[in-house]
Every structure is written in structure tokens, then in C-alpha cells.
Design a protein around this ligand. Structure first.
Ligand code: ZN
Length: 881
């Protein structure tokens, strides 16, 4: 059954505080919770508590008096209804037994690697005790944990440790008090065998905070980078947002079995271990960056999420979109800002756009859902972050910060809505943002169409813009135009940006621009034109600089113009973008030739243009590596109807090979120049150098099947690698071609790393994503391999998720890849609904593919539906069919 935003109602009771006791056991864990409650209205109204079929209710009391089922309360699978609670203050006691050791859903309290661990967002707390498990019910938690001292020496929960001691029978206890009131989804409990890396951070106002990162003993040497990242994040949030940490203790725990990336529980963040643990030998530069970003993300939630939380789960983007924006800004600060921007845009365009075009399309603030777990999406997170970025683009850094200040001034300690955030931004800037709000409620990616004209006589340059809003399945009414910020520059033939003086809008107003070289046009209508005055020469327009809005830009520019922008645009994002558009046009031209049976022929002028960027020493090395990256098969498939992914892959691979052949000497030279020995450091310089070196290696790998010298180079590169970044790059390049080298490298890698589960994820993922034909056979073997474990989400994401990214094998014309995925979804559905639902994702895009593939994918969706899957999987399958 779906629930709707419009049905929101305040909870009728408030909770002064909650005291919990956990008696941890091997057979069962007993949870005793005591709430001091009162009716908000002062009268008795029925009280609904959330629960779960896995709970065994052992006792329910009001003011110490046991309640009787059927008389005082009704109990169903997921709800407990107390019919007439007292009208004044009262104490509600509840005792439940749970079995964390049998909890394979990893939702609520469960065990990972022998330790107790919890995940309560969004609705896991109801698997622990009966409680109003909704974010607008906030209270102060006191948590006493009792457990075996030898098995569980470390006992952690939120807030401050106020008491601990030994008990009879080899047990011990700890009492934690969190002084900040919070919703149940921010509760956490961890108990087990851990060692901690400790450090301190002194806040701007002088508070000394103890920092601890807990891991299993054998991983204790892999936490330094996470600690460094945490300290950088704490400092950055003070400097950029004036936000300081608010307790004396901040803990992070690494868990091997974890559904998502990480969780911002108050003062006790729990992380998927792949997002905390890193050493030069076992983690790549990519991993180091991800860890820095996610450590930042969860830490930043302390203000954007915890101090100010969501009123209901429809508002999820209130905290996630904003926090993603904050972590993006943090990573830009720590690394190269243009590269970070490119990275983020690639995710939005290759994955969020696809989501927005599919059956699960939903607005940043959804209007309804069946399972909220299914809405931790690229739309809520990444498009949500783009919406926050647009406020920033429209209001500027100063205006944006004023809005943030007002937001905290008004709402600290509250559970609020995206409307409240919007209002704070408007009020702080004394402005109206008009139709900007529609970005929250209208799903689908707008298409922005732009044509331009230069008037020689008047010296004016005009952009005619129109926006198209797609029909989406969630739609209940006609869509209205959304305010689109279009950041623009006009590049003069000499390669420099023209100075912009004033612009006339077709709605009538003229605005003077104080001689800037970029300007943000505010498009508010379905179609609208903007005329720049005093434009001395015909410019090449650079439109949507820095990707100023998450739209599909349609604007014809010739190859000549694109090459010109590729070498001259001062906006690094658009410089990169010009290359992407150039190569995309080429790929689509070639695709037409391929599909009409012609032989493929590379456009050498494109090779030349790319060669120039590759060797332009005035540019950052990492940027150059990114410029050499082609749009993904997914992103390309999204641009054409009835796509044949295998054909796209073939053509894309032809272009890669042609670039490799055409630029071979340059790649060799770059590889050698950047192949420096020495200790690994995850600093900007080192990361940049390795990124261009490994970009060159990956291209060279495309030539290995016909070039013995390159073949030898790859093998040497693999053998000599002294860090995981270089080792994986070499392994990846070798594995692109079938043969003995590939088999040997995979074998030797396995022998070296079979004791490191996180490295095994790479080994599984690389094989799973292979585009060598017939790889399904290998997949079936890997499912039985000791390195795989269906109960561990990371392994599933690497192996099964990796496979779905193989154009050739997942999309094999006989449907065998689809059948393989469906088999797995059906198996996972019984073990872990959240993971199963995530694995259905690739099927939801079936309408993008050719008729034959559509039919095959649809048949698998129907097969899954026939097994009567859990609600998580059901929602996605049902909406897709
Ligand atoms: Zn988050």
C-alpha cells in the first residue's frame, strides 16, 4: 500500500525521554524500553506504535500496569495500537525479544562478523522495539547495554558514556546518554571486539573532541586516512559553514556487512568497511577519495540531518541533497574542483537521468511511496544536491550562506520540510525564487533547447531558449516551467571571454551586467529569449557553464565550434564538455554506419583534438585524464530510443582503440614520464600523476592483442606495481583481452589478496564487468567461489552489480544475462529485501532498449513478480510493468 505526503499528520504524543536496556545474547536479545509520554492535546487518543513481525512482545505496561491484548491494545504484524492511553503524563514500558543473529536483512539490530551492529534509517528501529518510528518524534535517549565481557568488550551507543562496570556471570555493562534529542532512526548500538585509532580535534570555540575509529584488530592499520579525512571535514565545516561539533566524543565503526555506504547516527557513525579502510597496498586513489567524501558526508549530517532533521521521509532530500552538496564542496576543496564537478555530473547524467526517464521516476520530494528504502535514490541524493547547487548559483556564496544561517536560526532542534529550507533561503535574501520550487515537486529531466543568432549590424547576440518537461508516471497535473539558471559566457574568436555589458530579456526587462565574463540567465518561461548588447564580434557561446542546471541541453554546435571550445573555453567544465559532445557526435555517426553495415572509419581530426588536450601541459593532469574518458555506454544509450547496448559498446570500443592507435606514442611517453617509483601518497600531486599514467595504460591496453611490446609493458606494469591504484590499473588493462596473460594475472592477484575481503571485491567486480563474450559461465563459477558470499551486500554489489554493467554479457541477445540477474533477485529477496530491490534496478530501464531486449527483460520482471516478492522488490517490479 502506498502512503502519501498529503496525508501527513502530526503524532499526537510527545516523549520526554526514552530509557532502553539491551541484554545481548546468543539465542535472543531482550530489549526493555521505557518512554515518558504525554498527549499533546491533553486528551486520550489511540496511540499507534510501529513494529515488525520479527519482534516477540514480552510485556507492555502503562504506569507499571500490564496491558491486555484485545482489551487494552491490538497487535498486528506491523502495528501495535493502544486504544485509550492516559490523557495526561504517563510511562510506557515495552519488552521485546529479538534475534539479531538471524537477521539477514541487516535492518535493525543484526550481527556482522560476530559483532552486534545496528542500522535504523529509515525504519529499522521498529525491528528492535514497538515505538513511533518516524523522524518527527524526537526524544532524549539513555541506553544501557549488557553483554558478555569476553565476546563483546566494546559497548557503544550515542552520546556520552556515563557509567560502566562488571556484572555477574562474565557480563559487563555500559550506559550511554545522548543529551541531544533525536528521532529513532539516528539511534545506534555496537557491541563486539574492536580496536580504536584515537585522535583529538579542538573546535574553534575550544571544545576538545575525542575521535575514535573502531575496526577489527586485523584492520587497525587501515584507519589513518579516515581519521585525517575526519579532521579535515571538521575544520572545513567550521571555515565554510561556521558549524562546530557539539559533543566531546565522535565515534566511527567499520562494519563488513552493511546495506548502504554509511550512516550518520548521532556521534556513532557506522560505516561500510569499504568506505573507511584504506592502505596504499589495498585501496586505490578512487577509494581514498570516496572515503574522504563519505567521512565528510556523514560528519556533515551532524548539522544537516541530525540537529535539523526531516519532518517525514518525503523530505529525505532536505538532509541528503544538502549534505551531498556539502560533501561535494568539501571534496572540491580538498582536490581539483573542476574534476570533482565532472565526476558528479557524470553520475547525474549517466544514472540519475536514466532513473528520471524510467518507471521509478519521482520528484526530489516524492509525493508517495510504498517502501521508503526504495527512495534512497540518485534523484533524492544527487539531483537533490543539484537543486541545492542551483540556489547557490542563483544567490551566490554570500546569499546562500545567509540562507543557511537563517535555516539554523529558525529550525535548530526541529524536524522540518524542504519548504522550510526554501523559505529560509528566500527570506534571508529578501527575494522570491518563484518557480524554482517546482524542482522539488516535478519529476523528469527538463530538456533545454537553445538556438543562437548574432546580429552584425546591431552588435547583439541572442539566445532563444525553450524548456520541455517530460511526461513521467508519477504525474498528476500538467507541468509548469521551472526556473532554470543558465550560466553563460561568450568566447571571442581570439579564444578570450568577451566582456558582457547588458542583456535584454524577451519578457521585457533589461539588466546591466557589471562587465563580467560569465552571467547567470534566469529562465522562467517555457520559451524565452535573451539578447546581449554591445557584442563586438560573433562569439562562440559557452552555455550551461559548470553544468548550472541538471537539464539535457540541446544545442547544435559544429565540430569546429566544439573543437574551438575544447581548446579555449575558460570554464573547465565546458571545456571538458566540448570534448564529450564532440566524441558523442562521432560515436552516433559511427553507430549509424555500423548499423547500416558499413566499415567504421575514425575521424582523425577528433583524434588530433584529443591529442592536443592530452599533451597540454598547462592543464592539470587529472583533468586531462578525464578529458580522455568517453561517455559511458549507459549515458549514450540514454540519448537514443530503442538502444542496442551491444552495438553501442562495439562502436565505443572502436573509438577507444582508434584513439589508442592514433595517439600511441603520446600515451607511451606520458606513461613513462609519470611512471615514477617511490612511496605512495594519496595527495593531489600523486593522484594526478597516477591518473594520467593509468589513463595512458588503459588506452595502451586496447592495443595489446596485436602488439607484443605493449603486451610486455602491461605485464611488467602489473608485476612492478607497488600500490593498489597501479596494480588495478594494470590488471584492468590486461583483463581487457582474453588469453593466458589475463588468466595468469587474475590467478596471481587472487593468490596475493585472497585474505583481504575488500580487495576481493575488486577481483570479483573486474571479472563480473568483463565484456568478453560468454562470461556468464565465469559468473556462475564465481557464485560458488569462496570469495563470494550472497549474504554480504558488498560482494553482491561487486559481482552482481558489476555484471549488470557489462553491455555484452548482461545484455546478451539470448536473454541469458537477464535470466541470471532474475535468479539472483529471487534468491536475495528471501535474505535481504533492500539489497534485492537494489539489484532489480537494471531491469527498470528496459524501455530504453530495442524491442527484443525489452521483451526479454519484461519477461524476467514478470517472473520475479510471480514469486510474490517482499514489498521492497514488489514496488519496483510493479511500477515497472
Ligand atoms: Zn546522507
Amino acid at each position: 500500500a502506498a502512503i502519501y505526503l498529503k496525508d501527513y499528520q502530526e503524532y499526537p504524543y510527545s516523549i520526554a525521554d526514552l530509557t532502553m536496556t539491551f541484554d545481548l545474547g546468543e539465542e535472543k536479545t531482550t530489549v526493555h524500553s521505557v518512554c515518558r509520554m504525554s498527549s499533546k492535546s491533553g486528551s486520550s487518543v489511540p496511540m499507534m506504535l510501529n513494529g515488525d513481525a520479527s519482534l516477540e512482545l514480552k510485556g507492555l505496561y502503562v504506569d507499571g500496569k500490564p496491558l491486555v491484548e484485545g482489551v487494552d491494545y491490538d497487535l498486528s504484524e506491523k502495528e501495535l495500537l493502544i486504544k485509550s492511553p492516559p490523557s495526561g503524563d504517563f510511562v510506557l514500558g515495552c519488552i521485546t525479544d529479538i534475534e539479531p543473529q538471524n537477521n539477514t536483512s541487516l535492518n535493525g539490530l543484526y550481527k556482522s562478523d560476530g559483532n552486534f551492529c545496528s542500522q535504523c534509517e529509515a525504519e529499522g528501529f521498529r525491528c528492535i522495539t514497538y515505538y513511533p518510528d518516524r523522524p518527527d518524534v524526537m526524544t532524549k535517549f539513555t541506553v544501557k547495554i549488557v553483554g558478555d565481557k569476553e565476546k563483546y568488550p566494546v559497548l557503544l551507543s550515542n552520546g556520552n558514556l556515563v557509567a560502566e562496570g562488571d556484572l555477574e556471570g562474565g557480563k559487563h555493562y555500559a550506559v550511554w546518554v545522548d543529551p541531544w534529542k533525536k528521532p529513532a532512526y539516528l539511534f545506534a548500538l555496537v557491541a563486539g571486539q574492536y580496536v580504536a585509532l584515537e585522535d583529538k580535534f579542538t573546535t574553534k570555540s575550544g571544545r576538545v573532541v575525542d575521535l575514535r575509529i573502531y575496526t577489527a584488530a586485523h584492520n587497525s592499520h587501515k584507519t589513518q586516512h579516515a581519521m585525517d579525512s575526519l579532521k579535515h571535514a571538521m575544520k572545513w565545516d567550521e571555515d565554510r559553514f561556521r558549524l562546530e561539533y557539539d559533543l566531546d566524543l565522535f565515534n566511527i565503526v567499520a562494519a563488513d556487512d552493511f546495506n548502504m555506504g554509511a550512516m550518520e547516527n548521532k556521534s556513532l557513525n557506522v560505516f561500510n568497511s569499504r568506505l573507511v579502510l584504506a592502505s596504499p597496498e589495498t585501496a586505490t586513489d578512487f577509494d581514498y577519495n570516496r572515503i574522504e567524501g563519505v567521512i565528510g558526508h556523514e560528519y556533515f549530517h551532524n548539522w544537516t540531518g541530525n540537529r535539523v532533521t526531516c519532518r517525514d521521509w518525503f523530505q529525505l532530500s532536505l538532509k541528503e541533497g544538502l549534505t551531498v552538496f556539502r560533501d561535494q564542496e568539501f571534496s572540491s576543496f580538498m582536490n581539483s574542483a573542476p574534476v570533482k564537478r565532472i565526476d558528479d555530473v557524470m553520475i547525474v547524467r549517466s544514472r540519475q537521468f536514466a532513473e528520471d526517464a524510467g518507471p521509478m521516476a519521482h520528484p526530489v520530494r516524492p509525493a508517495s511511496y510504498m517502501k521508503i528504502d526504495n527512495f534512497y535514490t540518485l534523484t533524492v541524493y544527487d539531483k537533490g544536491a543539484e537543486v541545492i547547487r542551483m540556489y547557490h548559483t542563483l544567490l551566490g556564496e554570500e546569499g546562500f550562506q545567509k540562507g543557511i544561517d537563517l535555516y539554523f536560526e529558525r529550525h535548530d532542534g526541529q524536524a522540518v520540510t524542504t519548504d522550510d529550507f526554501y523559505k529560509a533561503m528566500e527570506d534571508a535574501n529578501n527575494t522570491s525564487l518563484g518557480s524554482f520550487k517546482l524542482w522539488y515537486s516535478q519529476a523528469g529531466t527538463p530538456t533545454l533547447k537553445v538556438t543562437t543568432e548574432y546580429n552584425e549590424g546591431d552588435k547583439t547576440f541572442t539566445l532563444n531558449c525553450s524548456q520541455e518537461l517530460p511526461v513521467t508516471p508519477d504525474m498528476t497535473q500538467e507541468k509548469k516551467p521551472q526556473l532554470i539558471p543558465i550560466k553563460i559566457g561568450l568566447v571571442s574568436p581570439d579564444g578570450k571571454d568577451l566582456v558582457l555589458t547588458s542583456v535584454q530579456d524577451s519578457t521585457g526587462s533589461e539588466t546591466s551586467i557589471g562587465n563580467a565574463t560569465t552571467y547567470v540567465l534566469k529562465m522562467t518561461e517555457m520559451s524565452q529569449s535573451f539578447t546581449f548588447k554591445n557584442v563586438p564580434v560573433k562569439p562562440t557561446p559557452s552555455v550551461l557553464r559548470n553544468f548550472s542546471a541538471p537539464v539535457k541541453l540541446e544545442m547544435e554546435q559544429s565540430s569546429e565550434e566544439l573543437k574551438f571550445l575544447l581548446s579555449n573555453d575558460s570554464d573547465e567544465f565546458n571545456k571538458w564538455e566540448a570534448g564529450q559532445r564532440l566524441i558523442t557526435n562521432l560515436i552516433f555517426d559511427l553507430l549509424k554506419s555500423h548499423q547500416s553495415g558499413q566499415e567504421l572509419q575514425m575521424d582523425n581530426s577528433v583524434t588530433e583534438a584529443f591529442g592536443q588536450v592530452l599533451t597540454d601541459d598547462s592543464l592539470d593532469k587529472e583533468f586531462r585524464a578525464y578529458a580522455m574518458e568517453l561517455p559511458s555506454t549507459e549515458e549514450l544509450a540514454d540519448k537514443i530510443p530503442k538502444a542496442n547496448p551491444v552495438d553501442i559498446h562495439k562502436v565505443r570500443n572502436f573509438v577507444l582503440k582508434s584513439l589508442a592507435a592514433g595517439l600511441k606514442d603520446k600515451f607511451l611517453q606520458i606513461y613513462n614520464a609519470n611512471n615514477v617509483k617511490g612511496a605512495y601518497k594519496p595527495d593531489r600531486e600523486g593522484k594526478s600523476r597516477r591518473s594520467i599514467r593509468n589513463c595512458a595504460l588503459s588506452y595502451l591496453g586496447k592495443l595489446a592483442d596485436s602488439d607484443a611490446e605493449i603486451k610486455a609493458l602491461l605485464n611488467t606494469s602489473f608485476k612492478e606495481a607497488s600500490n593498489m591504484t597501479d596494480q588495478m590499473a594494470a590488471l584492468g588493462a590486461i583483463c581487457g583481452n582474453a588469453g593466458e596473460d589475463r588468466e595468469n594475472a587474475l590467478k596471481s592477484f587472487y593468490t596475493q589478496w585472497s585474505n583481504e575481503p575488500l580487495v576481493m571485491l575488486k577481483w570479483l567486480g573486474l571479472q563480473a564487468g568483463s565484456n568478453i563474450e560468454g562470461n556468464l559461465k565465469v559468473m556462475k563459477e564465481l557464485l560458488e567461489h569462496p570469495a563470494f558470499d550472497i549474504k554480504n551486500p558488498n560482494k553482491v554489489y561487486s559481482l552482481v552489480g558489476g555484471f549488470t554493467r557489462s553491455a555484452v554479457n548482461f545484455h546478451a541477445a539470448d536473454g541469458s544475462g537477464y535470466e541470471f540477474l532474475a535468479d539472483l533477485v529471487i534468491k536475495l529477496d528471501k535474505l535481504n529485501p533492500q539489497v534485492a530491490a537494489r539489484m532489480v534496478g537494471p531491469f527498470t530501464k528496459y524501455k530504453k532498449y530495442d524491442d527484443a531486449r525489452q521483451a526479454l527483460m519484461k519477461a524476467q520482471l514478470e517472473r520475479i513478480l510471480a514469486t510474490k516478492p517482499c514489498e521492497n522488490v514488489y514496488e519496483i517490479v510493479f511500477k515497472s510493468l
